[in-house]
Design a binder for this molecule. Structure first.
Ligand SMILES: [Zn+2]
Length: 86
């Protein structure tokens, strides 16, 4: 199992977007505020388990992952190529 799955990258981006939306609309509609920590925990879990460098386990931010899905990109810690699998 080498590389990061594109599905996990998209899920990570979605969960951060949902967290933002929930906090914003939570100001007007209270129950949405309780949904924000759920999506935040989902992102935290994805980040800890899937969105890591497959070679050294180093943190890669979402911007880099999004860039890596279309361009060749290397890990900042170990210098290995980051492969995004479909
Ligand atoms: Zn690395």
């Amino acid at each position: 199992m080498d590389g990061i799955r594109r599905r996990d990258v998209i899920l990570g981006i979605l969960s951060t977007v949902i967290t933002g939306i929930c906090i914003f609309f939570g100001c007007f509609y209270r129950p949405l505020l309780f949904l924000a920590p759920v999506s935040l925990v989902l992102y935290w879990y994805l980040d800890k388990t899937r969105l890591r460098c497959p070679h050294c386990g180093g943190f890669i931010n979402l911007d880099t992952l999004l860039y890596a899905s279309a361009h060749p990109c290397h890990c900042r810690k170990c210098g290995e190529k980051i492969v995004i699998r479909p």
